[in-house]
Design a protein around this ligand. Structure first.
Ligand SMILES: [Zn+2]
Ligand SMILES: [Zn+2]
Length: 335
């Protein structure tokens, strides 16, 4: 078995190769370039499963690149929110294109109050500072119209081109922790399950609310096979799905690999307390920033980065598992 963190300029892209298949989780920020990086690792082999954990461009753009490439991909696993959004994509495509120049803020008022209602129904706390709140929601709306929905549209169009060649599976985010197996695959959803029937969103407001919460809703998968350690793909999740109770944790086998949650961001620091296992190896990718990685990450004993704060170039992290141990030529993280 081999685990590779690709040296993408921004975001995450991971390859897991076992004795049967190649799995790719997310594609990093760049639509171009990713295909060559993946081919360098898998040669002429195909990808058994390509997963996109959520809509953020540093995870999704490269997935579009791979879907458009000539690499054979057996299955593509996507958040069901993408399929739920489909009905709105054509309806609002003129809006995406002209939002900055033509759209009147007043048109948003109704939508904004609708979103607030949904939030209260869902038990999401609504800030009391109304001006700040409205400003934030407006910024969110702009992002949804001009960036997120067009990106999802592009990805779904690329999937359509693959029709008949790749199986698409949709995964619904669950706000609880339960393991869902998908067929006989060794990838288990920890906060998501496959859904066959997609219900379109009742309204644009309901869709936007989910889209603005999606970092939290990034799909988390665990690789589980008897003869290997686990690999936990944390995405940008803050593991809020495990609940507030301290006892609800994710237990991994000794020497399992964990991808650093949200590229090591401070707001995801609780994940390190929720993931339990002996001699875990953390792998972090993303760009170089002064804010990341956080202290909780820096305190970890075994860790590797595609770019440490002390270096200026991205490098691939490649770790091989053989006879019960991991081997790597990479230097440990020096963040
Ligand atoms: Zn990210
Ligand atoms: Zn580092």
């Amino acid at each position: 078995m081999e685990f590779i963190a690709l040296p993408v300029s921004k975001g995450d892209s991971f390859i897991l190769k076992d004795d049967k298949y190649n799995y790719v989780v997310d594609g990093g920020f760049n639509e171009s370039g990713i295909t060559a990086m993946v081919k360098e690792e898998i040669g002429e082999q195909d990808i058994e499963i390509l997963i996109c954990t959520h809509y953020d461009e540093d995870h999704l753009n490269g997935v579009i690149g791979l879907i458009k490439s000539t690499i054979d991909i057996n299955e593509i696993w996507l958040p069901s929110i993408f399929a739920g959004a489909e009905g709105y994509l054509d309806e609002y495509s003129a809006l995406f294109d002209n939002y900055e120049s033509e759209y009147e803020d007043e048109n948003d008022e109704e939508l904004l109050s609708e979103i607030e209602d949904f939030k209260e129904e869902d038990g999401i706390s609504v800030s009391t500072n109304k001006r700040k709140k409205t400003y934030r929601m407006r910024a969110n709306l702009r992002k949804v119209y001009t960036k997120i929905l067009p990106r999802i549209k592009k990805l779904l169009e690329a999937c359509r081109q693959r029709k008949g060649k790749s199986t698409i599976r949709w995964f619904k985010y669950n706000h609880w922790h339960k393991e869902y197996k998908v067929h006989n695959y060794p990838l288990i959803g920890l906060n998501c399950e496959e859904v066959k029937v997609i219900r379109p969103y009742k309204s644009l407001g309901a869709l936007i609310l989910d889209l603005t919460l999606i970092n939290r809703m990034g799909l988390v998968f665990k690789y589980e096979r008897k003869k290997f350690p686990n690999v936990l793909f944390c995405s940008d999740s803050n593991f809020v799905f495990t609940g507030r109770r301290k006892s609800n944790k994710v237990y991994l086998k000794e020497k399992s690999i964990v991808t650093a949650p949200h590229h090591g961001a401070e707001e995801n620091k609780n994940v390190y307390k929720k993931v339990i296992g002996k001699s875990l190896i953390y792998v972090r990718s993303d760009e170089q920033t002064t804010l990341r990685p956080c202290k909780a990450y820096k305190r970890l004993r075994l860790k590797y980065c595609t770019i440490c704060n002390s270096s200026s170039t991205h490098r691939k992290v490649k770790i091989k598992y053989r006879s019960g141990a991991w081997f790597t030529m990479n230097r440990p993280c020096r963040c």
